[in-house]
Write a protein that binds this ligand. Structure first.
Ligand SMILES: NC(=O)c1ccc[n+]([C@@H]2O[C@H](COP(=O)([O-])OP(=O)(O)OC[C@H]3O[C@@H](n4cnc5c(N)ncnc54)[C@H](O)[C@@H]3O)[C@@H](O)[C@H]2O)c1
Length: 335
């Protein structure tokens, strides 16, 4: 039986596939799959005979008809146009994030087996004037195209679940930091750049005020939580399938202080303030903290501190570091 990962060539998708394989290697994965299919516009970088890569568009019903067959045990839906890209290209965001999600749900519905389906949403579904700490049942009120398309996706996943067509799990991920590689089209890309670039000896720009509160998760905790989301009993999630995945609340100023503690004055001096209204309009509308006690009780995890998150980046990704082997949510906090 197979698990489909849309967006399997992406940052989180490829790391999720690696983690699922490690669980398979360790024996008795909680969900009895034996192979993984990545469905992405790009080839999945994970080289393993149990992983096959289908290169194509998630919004293509023909491709989904072919790949979403009776062998499907579970689906992770990560393929998406991110926040900056969605703001720039409204039509593409609607086609991929809304039409693609609907097409995938339709393909899953036709199976008649109500497969488990994890949908990666975002705290960008929130906006307006949220409270300091957002309660679990706080309603979506997006202030961006990305947030609006994710909110539509959430409602679709929830409705297909209510009608018994899929067993959906909506993971509103925090902003991921520290992410390796180059800046991407996410408006929150700086949340990794202001740490990663200085640690690599490069200059970085901070586009938001230092008092901006960020809701952050390390890559390790985010991927562990996605793996867990497919495993958790749907009954325990309850009728509304939206879940605010645990993160930690850190101001941008606290991130820069942590950079100085770990990388020294030299690293800190490489960050220049250059306020950018287009980034602020998106990122400053996102809440900085959420109630997560129930999520921790459901077995989701969160990071302990920004210092540990930066040290993890250095261990896992900084030049010369090896990729994590056998490390799941190491360093993360549970209920
Ligand atoms: N990284 C974060 O901070 C963060 C935060 C919240 C939510 N998310 C969500 O998590 C998911 C994964 O994010 P990521 O950081 O790995 O992003 P990513 O950009 O690295 O990966 C997304 C993948 O989707 C693929 N894709 C885009 N359009 C496609 C299409 N039409 N058909 C098939 N594949 C397509 C891309 O090729 C890419 O490999 C996304 O749904 C994103 O919205 C990410």
């Amino acid at each position: 039986m197979k698990i489909i990962v849309t967006g399997g060539a992406g940052f989180l998708g490829s790391r999720l596939i690696e983690l699922l394989l490690r669980r398979l290697d360790a024996g008795e994965p909680p969900i009895p799959f034996d192979r993984i299919v990545s469905l992405d516009l790009a080839e999945c970088p994970v080289a393993d005979p149990r992983v096959s890569s289908v290169v194509g568009d998630v919004a293509s019903p023909e491709l989904l008809d072919r790949e979403v067959d009776e062998d499907v045990l579970g689906i992770y839906h990560l393929a998406a146009v991110l926040s900056g890209g969605s703001e720039e290209n409204f039509d593409l965001a609607l086609r991929v994030n809304v039409d693609g999600t609907r097409a995938l749900l339709e393909a899953a519905r036709r199976l008649g087996t109500a497969p488990r389906l994890v949908f990666t949403s975002s705290l960008a579904v929130f906006g307006g004037d949220p409270p300091e700490v957002v309660p679990e049942e706080w309603a979506e009120q997006p202030d961006s195209t990305y947030g609006a398309t994710k909110a539509v996706g959430e409602l679709l996943v929830n409705e297909y679940s209510r009608r018994g067509h899929v067993d959906g799990r909506i993971c509103r991920l925090p902003t991921i930091s520290v992410r390796p590689g180059r800046p991407n089209s996410a408006a929150s890309s700086f949340a990794s750049g202001i740490i990663r670039e200085p640690l690599n000896g490069e200059r970085a720009v901070c586009p938001v005020p230092h008092a901006t509160r960020m809701w952050l998760s390390s890559p390790r905790a985010a991927v562990a939580n996605l793996a867990h989301a497919l495993e958790v009993d749907g009954e325990r999630i309850g009728p509304w399938r939206g879940m605010n995945v645990p993160g930690i609340c850190v101001t941008v100023g606290e991130m820069l202080d942590a950079l100085e503690r770990i990388g020294g004055d030299q690293a800190r001096s490489l960050v220049d303030d250059a306020p950018d209204r287009s980034v602020m309009d998106i990122v400053c509308s996102w809440p900085g903290e959420f109630e997560v006690q129930r999520m921790l009780e459901l077995g989701f995890v969160r990071d302990r501190s920004i210092d540990r998150m930066i040290r993890q980046y250095v261990e896992d990704f900084a030049p010369g570091a090896g990729r994590p082997a056998g490390q799941d949510e190491a360093g993360a906090e549970t209920a």
